[in-house]
Design a protein around this ligand. Structure first.
Ligand code: NAP
Length: 302
């Protein structure tokens, strides 16, 4: 049984594909009211290439007594620890938690809340967004890397992902993948917020991007993830070109007045630099300017 917490973009993307492959799935929703709205909607709708399909997947709230053997955590990084604490009494012996959160930091928080569980970390390039409540658009096909920094043994349920058509690999260095993604995010997303531009707008600020890439590379080396620093600047420029017409996820969050995951992205990077007594003036300056910007827009800084 796959228990999936969070019927948002990624939760829906995983739940619907697993369910249609015949895997048993149970959604865990926030509260009784969300459960009622879900039942009223009649299930989760996934929209792929303009075609909508509804899946009547079973759902429950966190206080349901059913034990949990495998939990897919599909909430935002800032909700992850609280969500797992709530479910901790239901986690069976030998339970596994699959963490889909972007950035770094929430994985350690979750592991502290559920020390009895095996935590499997994921880094995904798939893209989805909520068109309406319980209706999700599969916007970008991609790949998901999964791994466990404490245990190289792949879990048997990777076969479920294969059957569900979820492109994936078991990674022996998933933390480096998360660091690389975090570095790409730090070099692009905050600047798009501060310059209020699409990703391509950063081509007008090459020196700022270059300084950030150089400092981020230094940080990755110091944190023991030198492989994640390889060719970072060129990769950042490649992403800026390839996504020139898009607004970054952080830009969209700020524009729509949604809480950002900054504490688990740029905030995590700056804290790591401080822990290693590394002076990274451009990164620190970017962080403080972003915090002021969020504050001015009435958005939380964590
Ligand atoms: P999302 O659409 O906002 O969905 C998060 C869901 O978690 C919401 O449905 C929310 O419930 C639910 N939730 C939060 N706390 C809960 C709780 N205690 N109990 C039950 N449900 C709870 O977020 P997302 O876009 O799927 O992102 C999830 C993570 O994946 C983020 O870290 C994101 O950065 C990462 N990611 C996303 C994408 C993407 O394309 N979307 C791609 C790669 C990585 P409500 O609906 O009730 O608020």
């Amino acid at each position: 049984m796959w228990h999936i917490l969070g019927a948002g973009s990624l939760g829906t993307l995983w739940a619907t594909r697993l369910a249609r492959a015949g895997c048993p799935v149970q959604l865990i929703l926030r509260d009784a009211q969300r459960l009622r709205s879900y039942q009223h909607a009649g299930g989760l709708t996934l929209i792929e290439q303009g075609r909508a399909q509804r899946y009547a997947i079973a759902a429950q709230t966190a206080d349901h007594p059913q034990p949990i053997q495998r939990l897919l955590l599909a909430c935002k990084a800032y909700d992850a620890a609280a969500a797992v604490s709530q479910l901790a009494p239901r986690l069976a012996v030998g339970a596994e938690i699959v963490l889909l959160q972007n950035g770094l930091g929430s994985q350690e928080e979750v592991a502290r809340c559920a020390p009895q569980a095996r935590c499997i970390v994921a880094s995904s390039t798939e893209g989805a967004f909520r068109q309406a409540d319980f209706q999700v658009v599969f916007a970008g096909h991609g790949h998901t890397w999964l791994g466990d920094p404490l245990d190289v043994q792949p879990p048997a349920w990777l076969e479920d992902l294969r059957q569900a058509g979820i492109a994936h690999d078991w990674s022996l260095d998933v933390l480096s993948r998360l660091w690389r993604k975090l570095a790409l995010n730090c070099a692009i997303n905050p600047l798009t917020v501060l310059h209020d531009c699409r990703n391509g707008g950063l081509l007008e600020h090459p020196a700022q991007v270059a300084c950030l890439c150089s400092e981020l590379s230094e940080l990755l080396h110091r944190c023991g993830h030198g492989t994640a620093a390889e060719d970072l600047h060129n990769d950042v420029l490649r992403v800026i070109h390839a996504t020139a017409a898009n607004y970054s996820s952080m830009h969209q969050d700020v524009r729509q007045r949604r809480r950002t995951e900054i504490a688990y992205l740029l905030g995590y990077a700056c804290n790591a630099a401080e822990r290693h007594q590394l002076q990274l003036p451009h990164l620190q300056d970017l962080y403080s300017r972003l915090l002021s910007h969020l504050d001015a827009h009435g958005l939380p800084s964590h």
